[in-house]
Design a protein around this ligand. Structure first.
Ligand SMILES: Cc1ncc(C[n+]2csc(CCOP(=O)(O)OP(=O)(O)O)c2C)c(N)n1
Length: 668
């Protein structure tokens, strides 16, 4: 522990009307993470923990912010915010167990260090990618705004993290939507080895607030009384008048990025200057000067914390190591969902694919009273495909939300809404644009339940597919990017009836669902569809035709190409399987059919390599080898981006090659 007696104070404090209890609590709450860290550094040297990101010298920020918030208000910390976790009074043995990968931690050994959240303590931990936290905070703040509960959300980032697009998107959305969120930027001089001069080129990060229409402040992050008093005041003001605020805390990173990386690149005098501004040492000296803390108090407080650390460590060490259990690993990827069948009793009506989606969405909006939908141009304009036409009038602007062009922040906001218990549907204007929100989809939505038991109750609507002469960026069918990622469900209907029933299920399901809607089907495919709300189960393919010669497996628009080919070749007697959902996949339907026919052909709109057809083909070979009368055939688009002009697109897509390939297979 750093020596504190006879210290010359380098920070000026103003305790205003703060009571002794609060002043002492601020001290204890800063001291505890410092003492834990000092212990961790010893354990690290002994090889007892693997990695450590130090927040030494930055404790005043974590502690001041956390104490300014109420316990039921969410905080989204980063890797140097141990003080948030300890100030929220998480039992130390659980923190230690988390770092040791033990079961009584927060991630069952599935994620390390501070990469966890806990609803019990209203803390949402980071993913490694830093920036997404900011958009998730927007979502939580939006939930608070909608619930009108006057709660504030605080989210942290380093100055390095502010260079990510997520920062800019999150601030912009928060400003446009007037979200009650405090963006806390800890400017500690370095992002790994990169000094601020190479990170950004404005004087202060706080200056950026102006560009987004956000009030911003600079606070001395090493002055605990400043941090606490100013944050308390700001939080109170935001509770009364919801709005975002940007705060830049000036501070310094006193140790390496993580312990192994050292601080060689930091000028010595800089380190020495900041050492004089140690937030704990200075505050302790101040409390003593003021007669608020005596030597005796200090000894007792330290002994208590030491004992708490010691006991916590004993308990964590005594806990047995995790024994891998395959079933629980696999079961925890998704939140359990008990499918509720809602059958349709009433009348049917012939509608288009696009109407089925619109109707399904509308009925889910009626059923789930707090379901929020978000997307570009979906409100007044009704969406570029007019699926949400009239929704604004029917459900109001709180639930039907036009968004700025910022796919990352909106997916992240969906995650935040889910954390706060609100379902959402996000419309990607085109499935192609999901790339701009790819990180939060595959890393936040997909992995949160497995990591810390937090589901992402978000449906992403994905208007996709070719045949519409729209070129490489408005025609892709990119389902394979997501079927590859555990934690996501992927739905891809081919008919209006399926689209309506599966969309209802996607919204009921508490897991993240990517719902692919083929644009070429929107206005070309009609079907009798029940007028009332109904659901259809995931993981159940539909057997569209029954035959004995061959099994044709497909999904989306390609199902219609297969049917057209078979209509033109009435002599071919085929089982036709429309997969309907790709994750979960109805393997049983596939295998049963192939065992019957002995031949399988998979028609996929996407280019061949790495698509779902390849996985299905492998699966058939592994499971049905002895039943096969021919090699499994995959038919897919060629290995180029999807081109614009009709004749090139026709050459690209597999539609016209399917018939020949099917006949070759039958002749084998
Ligand atoms: C998207 C992404 N890029 C790079 C990294 C590697 N990385 C982890 S922390 C870090 C520095 C972050 O700096 P800053 O945001 O200032 O926070 P600090 O570590 O200084 O507290 C880097 C480069 C990462 N985790 N995620």
């Amino acid at each position: 522990m750093a020596k504190t007696t006879n210290t010359i104070r380098n920070i000026n404090y103003d305790k205003k009307s703060l009571r002794r209890n609060t002043l002492i609590s601020l001290y204890i709450n800063m001291l505890k993470p410092r003492m834990i860290e000092e212990k961790m550094l010893i354990l690290l040297r002994q090889g007892k923990i693997s990695k450590w990101f130090s927040g030494i010298g930055q404790e005043a920020i974590s502690v001041g912010v956390t104490m300014a918030l109420k316990d039921d208000e969410y905080i989204l910390p980063m890797h140097r915010n141990l003080g948030v976790f300890t100030t929220r009074k998480i039992p130390l043995h659980r923190l230690f167990a988390q770092w040791q990968g033990k079961a009584s931690g927060f991630t069952k050994g599935r994620d390390r260090s501070f990469h966890f959240g806990t609803q019990e303590y209203n803390i949402v931990g980071m993913i490694s990618h830093l920036g997404p936290q900011l958009g998730v905070a927007d979502g939580i703040a939006l939930a608070n705004l909608l619930k009108k509960n006057n709660k504030v959300t605080a989210v942290f980032s380093g100055e390095g993290g502010t260079s990510e697009g997520d920062f800019h998107e999150a601030l912009n959305v928060a400003s446009v939507w007037k979200l009650p969120v405090i963006f806390c930027i800890e400017n500690n001089g370095y992002g790994l080895s990169t000094p601020t001069s190479q990170q950004y080129n404005c004087k202060n990060i706080a200056d950026r607030g102006k560009g987004y229409g956000i009030e911003s402040f600079i606070i001395d992050g090493n002055n605990i009384l400043d941090v606490y008093s100013k944050l308390t005041k700001l939080a109170e003001s935001i509770r009364k008048r919801p709005r975002p605020i940007l705060i830049e805390f000036k501070t310094f990173r006193m140790r390496g990025h993580e312990e192994a990386s050292g601080t060689k690149y930091v000028p010595k005098d800089l380190m020495e200057q900041w050492a004089l501004k140690d937030p704990l040492v200075n505050y302790q000296a101040y409390l003593k000067e003021e007669g608020i803390l005596t030597e005796k108090d200090e000894v007792i407080i330290k002994e208590d914390i030491m004992k708490e650390i010691h006991d916590g460590l004993e308990k964590a060490y005594a806990e047995e190591a995790i024994v891998p259990n395959l079933t629980s690993e696999l079961n925890d990827v998704y939140k359990a969902f008990k499918y509720q069948e809602v059958t349709h009793k009433g009348k049917t009506k012939e509608i288009r694919f696009v109407d089925a989606i619109s109707e399904g969405l509308k009925q889910s909006m009626q059923k789930h009273k707090d379901l929020v939908i978000m997307g570009q141009d979906i409100a007044d304009y009704g969406g570029v495909f007019k699926i949400t036409d009239g929704f604004l009038k029917a459900f109001g602007e709180e639930r039907v939300r036009n968004t700025p062009i910022c796919e990352s922040a909106i997916v992240e906001a969906g995650m935040g809404l889910s954390i706060a218990g609100i379902k959402s549907v996000v419309e990607m204007q085109f499935a192609d644009f999901v790339t701009s929100g790819f990180n939060p989809v595959v890393n936040y939505l997909a992995k949160s339940h497995y990591r810390w038991n937090q589901n992402a109750d978000v449906v992403l609507r994905m208007p996709c597919g070719g045949g519409v002469a729209a070129g490489p960026f408005h025609s892709q069918t990119n389902e394979a990017w997501f079927t590859k990622t555990p934690g996501l469900k992927v739905v891809y209907p081919a008919f209006p009836y399926d689209a309506k029933g599966l969309l209802a299920t996607a919204i009921n399901d508490p897991n993240p669902v990517l719902f692919f809607e083929h644009k070429a089907l929107y206005r070309s495919i009609r079907q009798e569809v029940p007028i009332d709300y109904f659901t259809l189960p995931f993981g159940k393919a539909s057997l569209l035709r029954e035959g004995t010669d061959v099994t044709v497996i497909s999904y989306g628009a390609a199902v219609h190409w297969a049917l057209e080919t078979l209509d033109n070749n009435k002599d071919i007697d085929a089982d036709v399987i429309d997969l309907r959902t790709l994750q979960p996949l109805d393997t049983e339907a596939i295998l049963t059919s192939v065992k019957k026919t002995g031949k399988a052909i998979i028609l996929q709109e996407d280019s061949l390599f790495g698509g779902i057809a390849s996985d299905i083909a492998s699966m058939i070979m592994e499971e049905c080898f002895e039943y096969l009368d021919a090699p499994v055939k995959r038919v897919a688009s060629i290995e180029t981006p999807i081109p614009f002009i009709n004749q090139l697109e026709e050459q690209y897509l597999p539609k016209n090659r399917f018939e020949t390939e099917l006949k070759t297979l039958l002749d084998y």
